[in-house]
Ligand binder design. Structure first.
Ligand code: C2E
Ligand code: MG
Ligand code: MG
Ligand code: MG
Length: 280
């Protein structure tokens, strides 16, 4: 009897495992399908000068349109894209679309820079710098209008290679931002080594900074670190006026968050800026 139970149990596990593998395979297929059938959409979220609330940049954030027309958030497919390497072709598409869009804005007289999230796996590609240079050339976007957002985790995965690529990109005029700053495992020594232009204060600290003393202190410390090292600061996840006011008091010049605007399609973004100007 025990033997039979054991066998049944074995079968049960292997069935479940089989199903998981099957499901994962299907998800991977549909992600691949979305990438190669142009069902990725790029949304743009405003970055503002906290003092004037003027929009000076946009962060490109990818979404996926599934076959039923439903919009899927990156949180639901970026992890799989990272595990499978599909984040490389995905990232390439986002980069191209974002640069084309910023070039279009420029043509309409809007001098906005665009920032693109770059995954760790994209740095493993020795042709990343070449791809970026080529994309800038083909879209006719000045390199000063492109910023790359990189996480600490991506920086520490291949430090030598990444430092080299970032160096080359900064040399042609791009800006480099560390995304979700304060949540990763990199040491402060990396700030010296990588020479970045911007720190993005992670929204997990901003969210509760007005009610949680330690979050407040962390935000304050990151701001003074940035200022003393001459690195720009962008606070993420600003949802209230009070957030904005406190961040300004602490000396943070730039921010991003639902309080100013959610991520939106490119046309809405343009309208958003026009409306803002008309209000003045
Ligand atoms: P992230 O780069 O840190 O982007 C900021 C995220 O915070 C965005 O979520 C944005 O919608 C959200 N956010 C902004 N302001 C607020 C706010 O005030 N409150 C709240 N609750 N959330 C706010 P989203 O678009 O869902 O993207 C999530 C993450 O997915 C991004 O975090 C980034 O890590 C990743 N991601 C998005 N697009 C790409 C991409 O093209 N490539 C790669 N590799 N990763 C991407
Ligand atoms: Mg980002
Ligand atoms: Mg972030
Ligand atoms: Mg994030």
């Amino acid at each position: 009897k025990a033997k039979q139970e054991g066998r049944n149990r074995f079968c049960f596990f292997s069935d479940e495992l089989g199903q998981r593998i099957f499901q994962r395979h299907q998800q991977e297929q549909s992600l691949r399908d979305a990438i190669y059938n142009n069902r990725l959409e790029v949304y743009f979220q405003p970055k503002v000068d906290l003092q004037t609330e003027q929009v000076f940049a946009a962060e490109a954030l990818v979404r996926l349109r599934d076959k039923n027309g439903t919009l899927i958030s990156p949180g639901d497919f970026i992890p799989l894209a990272e595990e499978t390497g599909l984040v490389v072709p995905l990232g390439k598409l986002v980069l191209i679309k974002a640069c084309q869009q910023a070039a279009r804005w420029l043509k309409h007289g809007f001098n906005l820079s665009v920032s693109v999230n770059i995954a760790a796996a994209q740095f493993a590609d020795p042709d990343l710098a070449k791809l970026i240079e080529q994309t800038l050339m083909e879209s006719r976007l000045p390199s000063a209008l492109l910023e790359l957002e990189v996480t600490e985790t991506a920086l520490i995965q291949r430090p030598e290679q990444t430092a080299e690529v970032l160096q080359r990109l900064r040399a042609i005029g791009l800006k480099i931002a560390i995304d979700d700053f304060g949540t990763g495992y990199s040491s402060l020594a990396y700030l010296k080594r990588f020479k970045v232009d911007v720190l993005k204060i992670d929204m997990s600290f901003v969210k509760d900074m007005l009610v949680d003393k330690s979050d407040y202190e962390i935000v304050k410390t990151i701001i003074s670190l940035g200022r003393s090292m001459d690195i720009d600061l962008v606070a993420e996840g600003i949802e209230t006026e009070q957030h904005k006011v406190s961040l300004l008091e602490l000396g943070c010049p730039f921010g991003q968050g639902y309080y100013f605007g959610k991520p939106m399609p490119a046309d809405d973004f343009m309208q958003f800026i026009v409306d803002k100007r008309d209000l003045k």
